[in-house]
Write a protein that binds this ligand. Structure first.
Ligand code: ASP
Length: 308
C-alpha cells in the first residue's frame, strides 16, 4: 500500500505527470462533474493549515471522495486519544486514506505502522512536507517548460532558500527533490536558525547576499515561531535587515529569477510586499499547483495506477 511519507520515497516522475494531467483537465473545465463515491478520506490536522488542507479537500472532491476534516481541538484527540487509536478508529469506519499534519516529526510514520489505509504526510514537525516539495518542484518544472523529468533538469540552476531553515520541513523536503533534479541549493539563515548538523548536499551561508547572488530561484521561508525556543531570534528588525527578500536584495539575482514561498507569508518580515506581489513571484501559482499535486498524490495513494 503506497503511503506518502517522505520526499525521498515519492515516484516523482509519475506524480509530476499526474499533476500535469490534473492541471490540463481542470484548465479545460474548472468545475468538472464527478461521480461521488460513498467513501471518505480523513484529513487529520493537529496543526493549523489553510493551503494544504484546502488543496487536499479539493483533491478529495475531484476524486469523488468525501473529505472528513478532523481537527485536534474538535475531536477525541482533545480527550487524550493516542494517534494510533485515532487511526484505528478511522480504519474501523472504512476511511480510504488518511492525510495527517502533526507537530511531531515522525507522527505519520507511526500512523502508517497501524493503518490499513494509506497515510499521506501533510507536514510533520520540522521533518518533512513531501507534497509541498512536490508542488514546488512541479511549479518549477512547468516554469522551465516541462523538461524530461527523469533527467537532471535543474542542473546549472542555483536555488537559494532563505529563512528559518532550522524549523522548516519545507526546506528539508525541497532539498531532497531539488538536488535530485540537479539544482545547486543554498540554505541561508542566521546561525540560530540553521540546523545543528549541516543538511546534506547543500551550501550553507549566513549571508543573504551570497545566497541570492546569481540565483535562478529564491525561496523565502516564514519564521516558524510556533517551533522556536524563546529568545532564539533576539531582534526581528535585524532579521528583516539581513534576510528579508526585497527588491534591493533581488538586484543580485540572475535575470528571469523567480521568487517562491510556501505560505503563509508574513509580509514585511521575510518578504516585502513589493516582491510578494511582483512579477517575479510564483506564490499564487504554487498555491494553485498545490491542488493538482494533492490530487495526483491522493490518486497515487488510493489507486497506485496510471492516471484515470
Ligand atoms: N505551510 C508550510 C508548512 O506547513 C510553511 C509554513 O508554515 O511556514 O510547513
Amino acid at each position: 500500500m503506497p503511503h506518502v511519507l517522505t520526499a525521498a520515497e515519492l515516484p516523482v516522475e509519475d506524480l509530476l505527470r499526474r499533476a500535469d494531467s490534473w492541471r490540463q483537465r481542470l484548465t479545460e473545465n474548472p468545475t468538472p462533474s464527478v461521480q461521488p463515491r460513498a467513501a471518505i478520506v480523513a484529513l487529520l490536522f493537529y496543526e493549523p493549515s489553510t493551503r494544504t488542507r484546502a488543496a487536499f479537500e479539493q483533491a478529495c472532491v475531484l476524486l469523488g471522495y468525501h473529505p472528513l476534516s478532523i481537527t485536534a481541538e474538535a475531536s477525541s484527540i482533545a480527550k487524550g486519544e493516542s494517534l494510533q487509536d485515532t487511526v484505528r478508529t478511522l480504519n474501523a469506519q472504512d476511511v480510504q486514506a488518511i492525510v495527517i499534519r502533526h507537530p511531531q516529526a515522525g507522527a505519520p510514520h507511526i500512523a502508517a505502522q497501524v493503518s490499513d489505509a494509506p497515510i499521506l504526510n501533510a507536514g510533520d514537525g520540522a521533518h518533512e512536507h513531501p507534497t509541498q516539495a512536490l508542488l514546488d518542484l512541479y511549479t518549477l518544472w512547468l516554469h522551465y517548460g516541462k523538461p524530461d523529468p527523469a533527467s537532471r533538469w535543474l542542473s546549472g540552476r542555483k536555488i537559494a532558500i532563505v529563512g528559518d531553515i532550522r524549523h522548516s520541513r519545507v526546506a528539508r523536503s525541497n532539498l531532497t527533490l531539488l538536488t535530485r533534479a540537479g539544482a545547486e541549493v543554498w540554505l541561508c539563515a542566521p546561525p540560530a536558525l540553521l540546523p545543528d548538523a549541516p543538511l546534506p548536499n547543500a551550501h550553507t551561508t549566513h549571508n543573504a547576499e551570497e545566497a541570492v547572488r546569481n540565483a535562478d530561484v529564491v525561496m523565502a521561508l516564514r519564521l516558524q515561531t510556533e517551533r522556536m525556543a524563546q529568545g532564539l531570534l533576539p531582534s526581528l528588525n535585524a532579521y528583516r535587515r539581513d534576510y528579508q527578500i526585497h527588491a534591493e536584495r533581488l538586484r543580485l539575482v540572475k535575470p528571469h529569477c523567480v521568487v517562491m514561498h510556501p505560505g503563509p507569508i508574513q509580509r514585511g518580515v521575510e518578504i516585502s510586499d513589493e516582491v510578494a506581489d511582483g512579477a517575479q513571484s510564483l506564490i499564487l501559482t504554487q498555491v494553485r499547483n498545490g491542488v493538482y499535486v494533492r490530487a495526483a498524490a491522493l490518486e497515487y495513494a488510493l489507486y497506485e495506477s496510471e492516471p484515470s
